[in-house]
Design a protein around this ligand. Structure first.
Ligand code: FES
Length: 169
């Protein structure tokens, strides 16, 4: 159906960055089915200028600290701050690679937005999956996530090319 295809295209284009996705379509994305519309309620007065600090623990155990705006994805934070995380975000947030796999602390994990079926499918292909794993390109910064610590798994894979990226390649 043409409308469904258009929604799919819009979602595909928008998943690269949380804040580029209109709130109406964020609701659709969370449901994971473009056929079932869901209108997400607007977040409580968040300014796009709010800075959120994120601490990344790299494969080598180094701590990289960076900031992003409310609504940025963790992929945006890595890219905008030019963080040196090998292979991270190879598909630019189109849910096609799993190289943005990150591991969250349990209390932070519970605060994250619900996972979509599409993210779940891609996450299943990630190396070193844990119960608190998510894909960084799908995680939008919000105030409650300020100062969170996220761990980069020891290895990851670009499932499009079967390329392994790890501490000891
Ligand atoms: S950047 Fe490829 S799945 Fe997230």
């Amino acid at each position: 159906m043409a409308t469904s295809s258009a929604v799919n295209l819009l979602l595909r284009a928008a998943v690269a960055s949380c804040h580029r996705l209109p709130s109406t379509f964020r609701g659709v994305a969370r449901l994971g089915s473009p056929g079932r519309f869901f209108h997400a309620s607007a977040p409580a007065r968040l300014s796009s200028e709010d800075k959120i600090t994120v601490h990344f623990i790299t494969r080598d155990g180094d701590k990289l600290t960076a900031q992003g705006k409310v609504g940025d994805s963790l992929l945006d934070v890595v890219v905008n701050n030019n963080l040196d995380i090998d292979g991270f975000g190879a598909c630019e947030g189109t849910l096609a690679c799993s190289t943005c796999h990150l591991i969250f602390e349990e209390d932070v994990f519970k605060k994250l937005d619900a996972i979509t079926d599409e993210e779940l499918d891609m996450l299943d292909l990630a190396y070193g999956l844990t119960e608190t794993s998510r894909l960084g390109c799908q995680i939008c910064l919000q105030r409650s996530l300020n100062n969170m610590v996220v761990r980069v798994p020891e290895s990851s894979a670009d499932v499009r090319q079967s390329v392994d990226i790890g501490k000891n390649p």
